[in-house]
Design a binder for this molecule. Structure first.
Ligand SMILES: Nc1ncnc2c1ncn2[C@@H]1O[C@H](COP(=O)(O)OP(=O)(O)OP(=O)(O)O)[C@@H](O)[C@H]1O
Ligand SMILES: [Mg+2]
Length: 323
């Protein structure tokens, strides 16, 4: 058992009736990092998190948090973790300040210490002005922030954030991302579930992609992207009239589907079947030469890694992977 791991699971299983919601998950989450668990609706993310947070008993396999078994040593685990659930847990009828002070008092803080901590968090999360308002009148973004504030009243060693930004506008998402970064900078390990690729891309150092209760891919962002294909070519032509012709030439040269972008002079294609970036670059280079030979002028060309979105679609929808 490594002391460097915040979470270690082996063959973790949870069954509801005949639904294997979590179907044998192995995870190794290094301490002090943000670990992303990415998956579509119903993949088993919340179920897995609830087992790790000792709220749900596993039906098979094992899970350790900081070396402690989540079933046998549930109290020891509970003392070190905190969960911000997918659905909010603060009291709607209380104000922001009242919620935080109440929870801090329940955690054993003295009244002045509780007020201090509440004020500090409300301020840090941009909620000072809303502090005296009932939470039921908060916007979605304010609501998520007060939830996270409530879960870090005592700085936990491990924080579970279950889809912390689902339904938030881009500005509120950015604020939550900043909060997550600040929490990790203080040494807390964060396990973040999300359906958003860009969120995992922004925050997580490692990512597990889960689908139907199983881990279908795991690694750093770079590893996951590389597993899908070495690159994506983006091209801009001088002349929009040449685009249809360019699409045909590229499709043959790259042996891949070529997409027409919204911009009438732009095209995008995956460079598949090349295991290295260099291989992809050479392949793309040959395709460019072929375009030139056909008299098609390319104004601008770039070869980039696929986006995590492409990785996700390729992994969760095998039909989407080019043959
Ligand atoms: N308490 C429960 N009783 C019965 N089935 C459940 C229960 N909790 C979850 N499930 C089922 O387990 C599966 C996984 O659900 P889970 O909530 O873990 O998914 P999720 O990845 O968190 O999805 P979402 O992104 O929608 O939150 C689903 O099929 C769900 O219907
Ligand atoms: Mg969920």
């Amino acid at each position: 058992m490594s002391t460097e791991l915040a979470i270690e699971t082996t063959g973790l299983v949870k069954v509801f009736g005949d639904n294997r919601a979590v179907d044998g998950i192995d995870l190794a989450v290094p301490k002090g990092t943000v670990y992303g668990v990415l998956g579509p609706n119903g993949a088993g993310k919340t179920t897995a998190v609830r087992m790790l947070a000792t709220l749900l008993r596993p039906d098979g396999g094992s899970a350790r948090v900081f070396g402690k078994d989540v079933v046998k040593d549930a109290d020891a685990v509970r003392s070190r973790v905190s969960l911000t659930g997918q659905y909010a847990s603060v009291d709607e009828d209380l104000t922001g300040t009242e919620n935080l002070v109440l929870l801090a008092r329940l955690l054993g803080h003295s009244r002045p210490a509780a007020r201090n901590r509440a004020e500090q968090l409300l301020d840090g999360f941009g909620l000072s002005e809303a502090a005296g308002r009932q939470v039921k009148n908060y916007s979605g973004g304010m609501r998520r922030r007060i939830d996270i504030a409530a879960s870090i009243l005592n700085t936990p060693d491990l924080l579970f954030l279950d889809e912390p930004t689902t339904g938030l506008d881009p500005r509120s998402r950015n604020q939550v991302w900043d909060i997550v970064r600040a929490v990790v900078a203080h040494g807390t390990t964060v396990l973040l579930t999300t359906q958003y690729l860009d969120e995992a891309d922004q925050l997580a150092s490692r990512i597990a992609v889960i689908d139907q209760g199983k881990v279908i891919a795991e690694g750093t962002k770079g590893e996951l992207k590389a597993s899908v294909g070495a690159g994506t070519v983006h091209l801009r032509l001088r002349d929009a009239d040449q685009r249809a012709e360019a699409q045909k030439v590229l499709a043959i040269a790259l042996n891949a589907e070529v997409q027409l972008d919204a911009d009438p002079v732009a095209l995008t294609a995956r460079v598949d079947g090349q295991s290295t970036e260099q291989g992809a670059a050479e392949h793309a280079g040959r395709a460019l030469a072929e375009l030139a030979r056909c008299g098609i002028t390319v104004d601008n060309f770039s070869l980039g890694q696929p986006s995590l979105d492409e990785v996700f679609l390729a992994l969760t929808d095998k039909k989407g992977v080019a043959a």
